[in-house]
Design a protein around this ligand. Structure first.
Ligand code: PBG
Length: 332
């Protein structure tokens, strides 16, 4: 009888052996929990398409922050849902804007918890686009004015830093945004505040539930003139390279599940920390499958998060952050 020379199964025989040789591990500190903060009092409203995720008013934020720190998560990503919007997104950069007030409240309560501020205009503009809109004099319809938007985005980043944000995360996909925000932050004295760039952000159908949650669906057109075409990988490298050269401190790929090849490719080309954004519809699909009894939520979610890490992510922004922290605690 000839025995197989190589026996892969030897190292799979017991749980102890399997965990000893596991190449990739998830850690609670890898996860960033998004939070939607809203105006009003005593608001804690579940987002219909994102069970377990809420609109929270400032007075209901404290419990959420306590839970997050008790679970050992290291960072939150703040999204503002303002009650007043205008053409230029003024509430995005107002000193008493919802994100600015939430940042101050969180830093006062939990100084060690990192506050990452999403820097974009779409929740704050009445048209729902991520920049300033002009009518093309040549009759081409509405266009997003790149360079005019940059000035407002830089203003937003500075006001977020002034409120105490630890990391600025621009998600607007205007050209040159890292450069503009870096300049703005540096001139205002925030040379020490890092930029987590949404460097590679695709025009994706997987943002659907988020747009309901953030009330940021564009009122006309779509985001395809500034977000990336899902067919493109080489372009992802160009986007990432430009952002790295402009001084980005971390690079993000968004969404995650359908773009693991992009994460892997960036991993091979860049030394900067990489962030995967496990977006709203990726979360909603699993929640829906689980509530139908069609899949095991914990097992499926943890396998996906592990896949993102294996593909090259150092950090993962995920609506599963709190659940995953609980699951990890139980497992060890
Ligand atoms: C804002 C922004 C979006 C998301 C994060 N920041 C929406 C968009 O670009 O339409 C999506 C996040 C998610 O789906 O979870 N620019």
């Amino acid at each position: 009888m000839k025995f197989p020379v190589v026996r892969h199964r030897r190292l799979r025989r017991t749980a102890a052996l399997r965990s000893m040789v596991r190449e990739t591990q998830l850690d609670t500190l890898d996860l960033i929990a998004p939070i939607f903060v809203t105006e009003g009092h005593d608001v804690k409203e579940e987002i219909a398409s994102m069970p377990g995720v809420y609109h929270l008013s400032l007075d209901r934020l404290e419990d959420e922050i306590r839970e997050i720190t008790e679970l050992g998560l290291g960072a939150v990503l703040l999204f503002g849902v303002p009650d007043s919007k205008d053409a230029v997104g003024s509430t995005a950069y107002a000193e008493d804007g919802i994100v600015q007030r939430a940042t101050r409240a969180i830093k006062a309560q939990a100084p060690d918890l990192l506050v990452v501020a999403d820097t974009c205009l779409c929740q704050f503009t009445d048209h729902g686009h991520c920049g300033v809109v002009h009518q093309d004099p040549g009759g081409g319809g509405a266009v997003i004015d790149n360079d005019e938007s940059l000035a407002l985005l830089a203003k937003t980043a500075v006001s977020q830093a002034r409120a105490g944000a630890d990391i600025i995360a621009p998600s607007n996909m205007m050209d040159g945004f890292v450069h503009a925000l870096r300049q703005g932050l540096d001139e205002a004295g925030y040379t020490h505040i890092p930029i987590m760039s949404y460097a590679v952000k695709y025009a994706s159908a997987f943002y659907g539930p988020f747009r309901d949650a953030a009330h940021s669906t564009p009122q006309f057109g779509d985001r395809r003139t500034y977000q990336m075409d899902p067919g493109n990988l080489r372009e992802a490298l160009r986007e990432a390279r430009a952002d790295a050269e402009e001084g980005a401190d971390m690079l993000m790929v968004k969404p995650a599940m359908a773009y693991l090849d992009v994460l892997r490719t960036l991993r091979e080309h860049f030394e900067l920390p990489l962030v995967a954004y496990n977006v709203s519809a990726e979360y909603a699909m699993i929640k829906a499958g689980a509530s139908n009894g069609w899949l095991d939520e914990e097992a499926v979610a943890m396998e996906l998060l592990l896949g993102m890490k294996r593909a090259g992510a150092d950090l993962i922004i995920t609506y599963f952050a709190k659940d995953a922290a609980r699951w990890m605690r139980r497992r060890c």
